[in-house]
Design a protein around this ligand. Structure first.
Ligand code: A3P
Ligand code: MG
Ligand code: MG
Ligand code: MG
Length: 332
């Protein structure tokens, strides 16, 4: 299958959602609403999920969608003003949107895992979005546990990472078997992307989360050093990190379980799109034990622990160091 129409729909949805997020930033200072798990959500997360679900459901009405957010909180009577604000931003993309339609579109993302389903993260890196740092709109199509289409819109990412003060806004797109490409969010020719090669010593850098609670900075640093990465990490929110590896700007992205939440299970929408983009750019993604990420078990990667993303050539070495590190720390 070429997945051409799925790719085009995912691109359209991601571009519309990214415009909405940027408009929110231009017009207001978004406030964090605290979810039950104490993590933040904003009007932009809700608006983005509404626009994406509306776009996907219009094109593929039978496909389940598994999105991060749900509209329960927006249905509470004391949230009417917030829902009004979300509706205002959704109307900038879908002019006839009503509050009732917006909550139903958001809840279209409460679907279950099927043999074919979409997963989306309306804003990956909400903490980054709130800090005016990196964030990504992430959309992926999964069939039989295999990611077939992955799209990442990164409005705050420099088009050229070595020129951070120049133009921003990057779209990453990949289809299984067809390679990965990046293009300016504003439009332009897609440029095929490739991970770094073993010879590109200047690209031997690693990326990790800004948030210390989303990983293990100390262990990540030790592992990177052990595989010969001298430079300190580039800390970046969201799946923009997958984009950095896919375009060869970094050789490694490490996401090891945080000591603060050792039993945390990663969410499918935090990885699906990024995994395909890196794999199609020639890289490799496994969990910290070397197992492939399993996208068929529910909304979490229940069978996996930690995530290792690399240019491929250093992957085995990283897993070997991790095996040694884990044996040492268990033996202590
Ligand atoms: N204890 C934890 N360990 C790993 N990831 C976590 C975590 N708690 C939350 N996250 C996830 O980390 C994501 C952000 O990743 P990063 O740190 O790479 O920017 C969040 O996505 P959202 O921002 O979409 O909620 C959230 O799903
Ligand atoms: Mg979140
Ligand atoms: Mg996320
Ligand atoms: Mg999110």
């Amino acid at each position: 299958m070429s997945y051409e129409s799925e790719k085009q729909v995912a691109i359209q949805a991601a571009l519309a959602a990214a415009r909405l997020c940027q408009r929110v930033h231009q017009e207001i200072v978004p406030q964090a609403i605290e979810k039950n798990d104490r993590s933040p959500v904003t009007v932009a997360d809700f608006g983005s999920q509404a626009v994406i679900c509306h776009t996907i459901a219009a094109a593929f009405p039978n496909d389940p969608i598994v999105g991060e957010e749900d509209a329960a909180v927006l249905r509470q009577p004391d949230m009417a003003t917030c829902l009004q604000q979300v509706t205002h931003y959704v109307q900038s993309e879908i002019p006839d949107a009503t509050p009732e339609a917006v909550v139903s579109w958001i809840d279209r993302g409460n679907g279950g895992i099927g043999s074919r389903y979409w997963t989306l993260d309306p804003i990956d890196g909400t903490k980054g979005f709130l800090r005016q740092d990196q964030y990504a709109v992430a959309i992926a199509l999964i069939e039989n546990s295999d990611v077939k289409v992955g799209v990442l819109a990164c409005p705050a990412l420099p088009i050229d990472l070595s020129q951070p003060t120049q133009d921003h806004g990057v779209l990453f797109v990949a289809v299984r078997g067809q390679g990965a490409a990046m293009m300016p969010l504003q439009g332009g020719e897609p440029k095929p992307i490739h991970v770094s090669t073993a010879e590109q010593a200047d690209r031997l850098r690693f990326v990790e989360s800004v948030e210390s609670g989303h990983g293990n900075h100390d262990l990540q640093d030790a592992v990177a050093k052990a595989v010969g990465i001298q430079a300190s990490s580039i800390r970046m929110d969201s799946q923009a990190k997958y984009g950095a590896v896919a375009q060869g700007e970094a050789a490694l992205y490490l996401r090891l379980p945080s000591p603060k939440s050792p039993n945390y299970r990663e969410k499918i929408w935090d990885h699906a799109a990024g995994v395909l983009i890196v794999e199609e750019a020639g890289g490799k993604v496994t969990d910290m034990h070397g197992a492939p990420l399993k996208f068929s078990l529910g909304s979490t990667l229940e069978a996996n622990q930690g995530v290792v993303v690399s240019n491929g050539s250093i992957h085995e070495g990283v897993l070997q160091v991790l095996r040694e590190q884990l044996t040492t720390s268990i033996g202590r």
